[in-house]
Each structure stands twice: as structure tokens, then as C-alpha cells.
Design a protein around this ligand. Sequence first.
Ligand code: ZN
Length: 251
Amino acid sequence: MKCIFPPLIEPMRFALFADIHGNLEAFRAVLGTLQNGRIDRHICVGDIVGYGANPGECIKLVKDLDCLAVAGNHDWAAVDLASIDYFNPYAKEAVLWTRSQLSQEDRDFLKGLELVREPHGFTIVHATLKAPEEWNYIFSASDAHENFQLLSNCLLFVGHSHVPIIFEENGGYRYHFGRKVNLKEGQKYIINIGSVGQPRDGDPRASFFIYDTESRQVELRRVEYNVDEAMRKIVEANLPPVLAWRLREGE
Ligand code: ZN
């Protein structure tokens, strides 16, 4: 099924980020690099909290930016809207710790997040369109295929795996690192924007995307941040040390 890009009434530049996971150092570094260029709207594709030592501060930044946001599994788990039964022990411990850190205002904000939104002619969901509340992953071409069939827009932005990747609707998929990708008319794309606060593709730098509707380009950006400081805070908060060490390796 083909799709049509919405008519270009007003050119927009979007900054899209996901899986911030309470990593304030990484999130601040990303926002710092955005200061030199124009951004019309910030989009958050879920998991503001969980794992990192600054959940409340990251929620505040998301609110201050007036981000258009959807819920991630950790966001909902932190307010008891998603089960933590299937979380690994470290993730579970981090969610329980995160719960103890949130204010009532933070909880209300996380509870208010929806699973799927379709702003400006594209779609955002943390995990999958097929069953957003089941928190499955889009890894394979067949996972992508199932989601393409449910996608009415040309673009679907997702997070969740912490690995940036772009799927094109041609039965295959491609990785694009550190460069711009020109979106073809009539073609559908699923774009995993990677993780700001806990990258897992072997590159410890924070990952996010820029989408420019005028040039019809998406661009993966990577930003270095103070990993040592983020690690130190995790250890100091008595969170599982593995959550600190993995930041250094980006895995
Ligand atoms: Zn995540």
C-alpha cells in the first residue's frame, strides 16, 4: 500500500528522541547541540524514565520543551499502568527506585501519556503499532512488514530497542549511521530513532533524529556526553552498577 506525504503547508523541522531513561547528562547534551539550528517541535517517543538517576529532571525538561510525547513501557511501569513481571531484575529494580523518586505531578504526567499519536502527518509509537501495549520489538523484516500494513502515514517513528535503524517498505531494511536519508515519495519508512540515555548499538553516544519536511530528509545524529557523571550518579543512587557500566560501552 502506497502512502502520500502530507502537503507542505509550512516547512517544519522536528527533533525526535526516545529512551531518555532518566539520563540527564545525555539529554542535556542532545538539547545543547540543537541550540544552533531551528527546531519547530520536539517529539518524545517514550521511556523518559527508568534506569537512570534523574527521572524527575528529565520529565521536567520534556514538559518545558512542550514535547509531543507517547508512553514507553518504563513510563507506564513507573506509574503501575504496565506490568514489570517480564522486566529483567535490573530493570525491575530501577523501576521500583524510579517510583520512589517521582512527585505526584510527575506521576500524573506519565499517566497522561498515550500509546500512539499522529502529529503532523506521521505516526509515533514506542514499541509497535500492531499491539502497542504489548511492548514487542520491530527487529526483523517480517516484524516491520506487520507494522507497515497498519501504517496509514508514510513515516512511523519508534524507539524501544535502543538501536537506530531504518526499515524501508521493500521487504528488506537498511542501517544508516551518521548521515541523512532522503525519503522517497510513495515509500513507507519505519525509523527507530535509537536511545538518548542508554544506547545499545555499541556506540555510547546519545542518539536522536532530525526530520525536515521541506528537504524530506531524516538525519541520525550522535552526541557525546559526560558518561562518567551519569555513571557516577547511578552508582551513588544505589541502582544496579551494571546500569552504569553499560553506558560506557553503549550496550
Ligand atoms: Zn527503553
